[in-house]
Design a protein around this ligand. Structure first.
Ligand code: MN
Length: 286
């Protein structure tokens, strides 16, 4: 089995190394990852510039490829021709923070898996729910071993086309992890606000930022599973169609609705035009 390992935190991230080392027990591993941190970059396709790829060595001296594109660019590169050998499975991560609820639309970790799904490659996104104050000292061991179990199940059962798995691991000692729950996306609660500051040249700049997002720990959701000490496995599909809304939207009259008032030819805004005319009349009188 040929496993592609990538991430959104950059090729030097310790979560990538932990994942790659664990995946080597299951098959041949190729690493193509961004040369810098792209967290919260969403699903990106770089089309306005070429991509450069450098050979690098990870902390364990193993070979990796570092590309100057986004995480999803790295996946497209790898599966569309940069790697000679066909990729059988993609695993991205391990992201040091959980990707829950609407996070999946921001997450570079998850979009790696989305990109793989587009190219028909079974894909798993791995994140661990480490505390915000970990200062980079995350123990990725338990989550890496969870990744092995998830990949073994994916190989055993197979993933339907265009479906990917978003896996979130609680930050607990391995023996305290209760097991696996298949979940749906929960409700993330974001606390962002606009923080306006002024630069040394007296120009305003803005941060859209706030406390770490919280969430509703409802049973059956990804957030609920982590709160109870379970690994959350959420199946994600690329088809974002809200099928339940189609019947209702089909009752709308589209484009041919009777206007509430008789239609009139659009009039230009009165104010400035009249003033101009008045001024013109004033000047012609002079
Ligand atoms: Mn990240």
């Amino acid at each position: 089995m040929h496993i592609l390992v990538t991430n959104d935190d950059g090729v030097t991230a310790p979560g990538l190394l932990a994942l790659a080392q664990e995946m080597r027990k299951l098959g041949k591993v190729s690493i193509v990852a961004p040369d810098r941190n792209w967290s919260a970059s969403g699903h990106v396709k770089t089309i306005d510039r070429p991509l450069r790829v450098k050979e690098v060595h990870l902390a364990d001296d193993s070979l990796a490829w570092a590309a100057d594109g986004a995480p999803s660019d790295c996946v497209a590169l790898a599966v569309c021709g940069f790697l000679d050998e066909k990729v059988d499975l993609l695993v991205s991560g391990i992201n040091p923070y959980a990707n829950l609820g609407d996070d999946v639309t921001y997450s570079g970790t998850v979009t790696c898996a989305m990109e793989a799904a587009i190219w028909g490659v079974p894909a798993v996104a791995m994140s661990v729910n480490s505390p915000d104050n970990h200062l980079g000292l995350v123990d990725y061991g338990p989550a890496a071993r969870v990744a092995t179990k998830v990949v073994q199940s994916v190989v055993q059962y197979g993933l339907p086309h265009q479906l990917l798995l978003n896996v979130n691991v609680p930050y607990l000692p391995e023996k305290q992890i209760k097991g696996f729950l298949v979940t749906r996306q929960g409700l993330r609660v974001y606390h962002d606000k606009v923080d306006r500051r002024v630069d040394p040249r007296n120009r305003p700049y803005y941060w859209v930022i706030g406390d770490v997002p919280s969430g509703i720990p409802e049973r059956g959701t990804d957030i609920g599973a982590l709160a109870e000490g379970y690994v959350s496995v959420t199946p994600i599909q690329l088809d974002l169609t809200a099928y339940h809304a189609i019947p209702d939207l089909n009752t709308w009259v589209w484009g041919a609705a009777e206007p509430a008032e008789p239609a009139r030819a659009p009039q230009p805004p009165a104010g400035p035009r009249q003033k101009t005319r008045a001024r013109r009349q004033a000047s012609s009188r002079r």
